[in-house]
Every structure is written in C-alpha cells, then in structure tokens.
Design a protein around this ligand. Structure first.
Ligand code: AMP
Length: 385
C-alpha cells in the first residue's frame, strides 16, 4: 500500500472522545480530518476540518463522505459492518469490516474466541425464547445477561442472581439476542492495547491495570502491578487474537486475572480504548497516533512508557451542579486534564479524564481518588448552597 501521508485526509466514522483525540493527533501531524456523526458539535467535530451530521446507516451520506477522504476508520463499533464493507469498495478502510462484524456482536465475538481456543468466561447464546431453558441450565450463577449488540459501559446488561430470574432478565432487555455469562470472581482486570499493521507488524503498549465501578472504567494504572509471567501471557494472548483477526489498527483486549493467575478474555475493542488514554501523554507514541500510522500504512511508532501513570475518568455525575471546579485538579503540577467538550453531561457519561504522573503508582492511585473526591465534594457543597 502507498502510505497515506500528512496533507491527506482521514475520515472518522464516529465523533466521540476517541474520534476527538484521533483528530487532535492527526491534525498535529498535518493530516486533514473529516468526521461523520449524527450529533451536531460532537467532540470530534469541534476539532476536525469538516463534519457531516448524518446517521451511520445513511448509505448515500456515508459514501459521499468517504469520497471526500483518503482513508476511513471507525471510532465506535456501532457503525454497521455491512456499511463499512460498502465503503471499503471505494476507499482504504481499517479495521477490516469483517473484523467489525465479529466484535460488534457479542455472540460472534464469543464464538470466535471459542473457535480459536482463546480462554474466556463460560457463556451461553440466547437468540430466541426457545434457547432460554438450555442457557439457564448450563449457567453457573450469579450471571450477567448482555445484549449481543450496542451494549457498552454496562448498558444492555442485567444481573441474574439465580436460574429462575432469567426469563424476567431477558424481558428487561426486550427479548433481543443476547449472551448469558457467569460472573467471574476476578482478582484484577487488565487490558492490552496494541497496534497491528496491514502487513502484520505488531507493537504493544505497556499492560494496563483497570478498576471499573458500575461497569464503567474508573481508573487505569500503568505499568500494571502484576508478575512478569502474567504480563507476558496477557501480551501473547492479545497478539494471538490480533493475528487471528488479521487486524489492522489499534485494538484493545480486556482481560480478567483469576486468583490462580489464569487469564480470561472479557472483550475485544476494535479501536483505541479508554484504558489506553494514558498513552496520550505518557508514551512516546499515543494510541491515537499509532492507529493513524497503522491505517495509513506507515511504520508503527515506539509504544514505550515515558513515565508511570494513573488515569481517572471524569463522569457526568461531576457536572450535576455545573462544570466541576477545575482548580483542585489543575493546582496539581503533574496532572494532565482532558475534557471532551460534550454538551450534555449525564450520570455515568464519560466527559473527560485526568492523568497523574508519579513513579509510585500506589501513591498516584490514592492521589487520583483524592482529586476525584474533591471534585465530588465541591458538587455536594454547591448542592447545599
Ligand atoms: P463489559 O461491558 O462487558 O466490557 O463489562 C464492563 C465491566 O463489567 C468489566 O470490565 C467488568 O468489570 C464487569 N464485568 C463484565 N462482565 C463480567 C463478568 N462476566 N464477570 C465479572 N465482571 C464482569
């Protein structure tokens, strides 16, 4: 492939925070950026060269958009894979639409992992009511029922405490195709963010250790506090998955670590990932630049960690009495703040994040918690006022 170099135009399908950071990095490097997203003034549109406000399902608009750019990529798995396949006829498109078709559907993703012998949670498919009884019997409880499509940050998920609750849980997700999986008592969660080029070169970022609250990423610590054997097993697993998918671009593999240090795959994300935001400030090459390099056919950058770091997500809850009081964060000299420019803060919505650099990541984790708590307390004080 002839490399797509700065000066050319990158087209992003999806204009959320991932698209925004991709666009910022692309523009820094001298690319032009177009964004297609239904939301006016979405986070990426605010920093792009042009924005087309259209649904991802509007074939005519998407193809017209693609004709204005030199390479197309996605920042969300909500883009229909068949639409992406149509785009790929006309323009270089990465990640491959066939990969998106697998990972945007939890059922296909779990089947893919089983077919290749990648370790994962025990699960059962539910396509229609006739499959409920079998799934109910096969499962260990508690379990989680997850919609096959369109779920993220705990949306489209219902906890099932015991077998008798499954029918009710399935009704709660409106009887759509779903995956039932057992709840894993993990010791820790990790993610591996890597980039793979179209010709199969791979670069892996340092393994990240994640804490979720209410199914939403809360903090990421890098390097992860795990033995080297776990770290390298996690990397090997993620690279094997990327190879099996013939992936191109940046992807993330989320993993559970059990007490006996066994790893189970929770999810594959075919794009830069929230737990990779640390790279945008703490690594020689950010995950966003790395994605651009991969999809543009350029050599991959060095993923080395320049400084140990902790990331904390800033959720919409902190905006409930107006924008947070940023002074408490910005008074800290080793904090890097990123706010995504979303117009409508909602509880649980990712509005921004902070990075805190510290050689001692235990201390950094405590400091990030304290900073988030101080933002939380300033909301409460305003509530009282
Ligand atoms: P997901 O939306 O599937 O990525 O899940 C988000 C988070 O919910 C995960 O990172 C875990 O913290 C938790 N979670 C999801 N599935 C499971 C499971 N089967 N067992 C335990 N925790 C889970």
């Amino acid at each position: 492939m002839t490399p797509i170099v700065p000066g050319r135009t990158v087209g992003l399908l999806g204009g959320g925070q991932l698209g925004r950071m991709l666009a910022l990095e692309a523009r820094r490097m001298g690319y032009r950026v177009g964004v297609l997203d239904p939301t006016p003034a979405c986070p990426a549109a605010q920093v792009a060269d042009f924005h087309v406000a259209s649904a991802f399902s509007d074939c005519q608009q998407v193809l017209k958009f693609a004709s204005c750019v030199d390479v197309v990529t996605v920042e969300t798995e909500l883009v229909p894979a068949d639409m992406l396949a149509e785009v790929a006829i006309h323009r270089p498109t990465q990640p491959p639409p066939s990969v998106l078709a697998i990972v945007q559907d939890r059922l296909r993703e779990r089947q893919f992992l089983d077919e290749h012998g990648f370790p994962q949670v025990s699960w059962a498919p539910i396509l229609d009511a006739s499959m409920l009884a079998q799934a109910e019997e096969r499962m260990t409880y508690p379990a989680l029922l997850k919609t096959a499509r369109s779920g993220y940050d705990g949306k489209g998920q219902v906890r099932v405490e015991h077998a008798g609750q499954l029918r009710q849980a399935w009704d709660a997700i409106h009887g759509v195709p779903a995956v039932l999986e057992s709840v894993v008592a993990f010791r820790m969660e990790l993610s591996v963010i890597l980039a793979r080029s179209a010709t199969g070169e791979v670069e892996v970022f340092p393994v990240a250790e994640n804490v979720h609250r209410r199914h939403i990423l809360h903090t990421t610590r890098v390097p992860a506090a795990v033995p080297d054997a776990v770290r390298s097993a996690a990397v090997d697993l993620a690279v094997a998955i990327a190879d099996a998918l013939a992936y191109c671009g940046v992807m993330a593999v989320e993993l559970f670590v059990l007490d006996d240090q066994t790893l189970l795959v929770n999810e594959i994300a075919p794009r830069p990932h929230n737990s990779g935001h640390f790279t945008f400030g703490a690594c020689t090459t950010s995950q966003f630049e790395q994605h651009l390099r991969a999809i543009c056919g350029l050599p991959l950058g060095d993923p080395a960690l320049l400084h140990p770091v902790v990331m904390g997500n800033l959720l919409g809850d902190l905006w409930r009495n107006g924008p947070p009081r940023w002074e408490s964060l910005l008074n800290h000299p080793r904090v890097r703040l990123h706010v995504y420019g979303k117009a409508h803060p909602r509880p649980g919505r990712k509005m921004g994040h902070v990075l805190l650099f510290d050689r001692n990541t235990d201390r950094a984790l405590q400091e990030v918690e304290a900073l988030l708590q101080s933002l939380e307390s300033s909301c409460e004080r305003r509530e009282d006022a």
